[in-house]
Design a protein around this ligand. Structure first.
Ligand code: AMP
Length: 192
């Protein structure tokens, strides 16, 4: 039975890099709702056209739309066989509930919610160091604040369910990946 992982982490936490290592080692399918939406915007699909303005303003695309695209993606054979690494989803308690309901009806489970923890001061200085024009200290603080507000209820929900594991995201890429593997190996049933 497919098992699923969720990865969470502030912008600048190294989440994207670690997600690709996890996908490579464990054969789970990377499901990034942000990537799916960006692809829809690039293809100018109906979804993309509706999502673009919301994404540009930093808001959240509606739960119904997001739950619909995830449910559709989960019907594909690769996920049925290999499980997934969810990235950027769930973002709201409603999405979390929809996910848990969907997995429940499939007889599948979440092996762990991996929360990659890099302190706010550190991610701020990493983003400032990139020197991008939209990365003023104020804009960064705003984005991080929004992220904290959005994720707090999810962390609480997954914590209550015993699924949440906080992983120290400081140190080298290898160090952090080693910590992630320890948790995944302990929580994910080996696949035949
Ligand atoms: P991300 O790459 O995950 O930061 O996503 C980029 C943008 O896509 C976000 O700022 C949202 O506007 C939208 N988005 C991605 N995932 C979700 C989601 N699970 N729920 C609502 N909006 C989302």
């Amino acid at each position: 039975m497919a098992q699923h992982l969720i990865i969470m982490g502030r912008q600048g936490s190294g989440k994207g890099t670690q997600a690709s290592h996890i996908v490579e080692k464990y054969g789970v399918v990377h499901v990034s709702t942000g990537d799916m939406l960006r692809a829809a915007v690039a293809d100018e699909t109906e979804l993309g056209l509706a999502a673009k303005a919301i994404m540009d303003s930093g808001g959240l695309v509606s739960d119904d739309i997001i739950n619909g695209i995830v449910a559709e993606r989960f019907d594909a054979d690769d996920i049925v066989a290999g499980g997934s690494l969810l990235d950027g989803f769930p973002r709201t308690p409603d999405q979390a509930k929809a996910l848990l309901d969907m997995l429940g009806s499939r007889g599948e489970s979440i092996a762990a919610v991996l929360n990659l923890d890099v302190p706010i001061e550190e991610v701020t200085s990493r983003m400032m160091a990139r020197g991008r024009e939209d990365d003023t200290e104020e804009a960064i603080a705003n984005r991080l604040g929004l992220y904290e507000d959005q994720t707090a209820p999810l962390l609480e929900l997954f914590g209550e369910k015993g699924l949440l594991v906080v992983i120290d995201g400081m140190g080298t890429e290898d160090d952090v990946f080693g910590r992630l593997c320890e948790v995944i190996d302990a929580r994910m049933e080996p696949q035949p």
